[in-house]
Ligand binder design. Structure first.
Ligand code: NAD
Length: 260
């Protein structure tokens, strides 16, 4: 079965990994609903690029902290395209600080965007996938869904939660040709990572260069940052017919980080 012509909703796809997945999916002929916080000019540029691959692409500005807006994202996708075949839960933010100094507001925002939004999108999309008898849900977790690092309490808690939610989702829809899996990237040089270099340097009293080489790439045995194209390729594989029995699991794309 070809994935050409399918419809994908990708949360947080105006930047970084989500954008990379949107580009990879559009090249594979998948229609796309992008989402994220971005200037109109940025959104227009992304839509023009995706449409240039010959697919339909629209933007919805749902804030992933707002369940009502999330429901509207899925409803709008279904209205525009007839259904939603693929859901990529990717939107995420990060905050690096010791627990005693961790702002309550940052804990609430991270758990809402990185974890709870995944519940709200999945809840809204499952009836559409059950009705069509096919679906693929891919949650972008993290190596931090499997192991911890200091100073990332909310992120690590949320990402571990995403992996648990992935398993439950998989079991609840296993007989309807709907799979749900998590991808666990190591470090990818996106705006999310660039922003945390300074905070990590401060929290650990080291230089930004030491953060890159001694903290980030220290964990990645390949000594390479993961590229967004590799994550798009992994997501495309999970959408393929060959992956129909891969469900309720996580695929690490982390240069060996969690093997050690
Ligand atoms: P990024 O900052 O480049 O992109 C994040 C996206 O989420 C953007 O489109 C942003 O607009 C969107 N977003 C943020 N808050 C939102 C909100 N309230 N509502 C809607 N959209 C919102 O980050 P990234 O590195 O591409 O991260 C994407 C995902 O990958 C995240 O879930 C992150 O935790 C995960 N991840 C990233 C890395 C990495 O090294 N970059 C590693 C593992 C996992």
């Amino acid at each position: 079965m070809s994935i050409k012509g399918k419809v994908a909703v990708i949360t947080g796809s105006t930047s970084g990994i989500g954008l990379g997945i949107a580009q990879g999916f559009a090249r594979a002929g998948i229609n796309i609903v992008i989402n994220g916080i971005a200037e109109q000019a940025v959104v227009d540029g992304i839509l023009a690029e995706l449409q240039g691959y010959g697919v339909k692409a629209i933007y919805h500005n749902a804030d992933m902290t707002k369940p009502e807006q999330i429901r509207d994202l899925i409803a709008t996708a279904a209205k525009e395209f007839g259904t939603v075949d693929i859901l990529i839960n990717n939107a995420g933010i990060q905050k690096v600080a010791p627990i005693e100094e961790f702002p309550d507001s940052a804990w609430d925002a991270i758990t809402a965007i990185n974890l709870s939004s995944t519940f709200h999108t999945t809840k809204a999309v499952l009836p559409l996938m059950r009705a069509s008898g096919w679906g693929r849900i891919i949650n972008i977790a993290s190596a931090h869904g499997l192991v911890a690092s200091p100073f990332k309490s909310a992120y690590v808690a949320a990402k571990h939660g995403v992996i648990g939610f992935t398993k439950t989702t998989a079991l609840e829809c296993a007989e309807q040709n709907i799979t749900c899996n998590a991808i666990c990237p190591g470090y990818v040089m996106t705006p999310l990572v660039e922003k945390q270099i300074a905070d990590t340097a401060a929290a650990r009293s080291i230089t930004p260069e030491q953060v890159k080489n001694d903290v980030m790439l220290k964990a990645q045995w390949t000594k390479k940052f993961v590229e967004v194209e590799e994550l798009a390729g992994t997501a495309l594989f999970l959408c393929s017919q060959h992956a129909q029995n891969i469900t309720g699991t996580n695929i690490s794309v982390d240069g060996g980080w969690t093997a050690a």
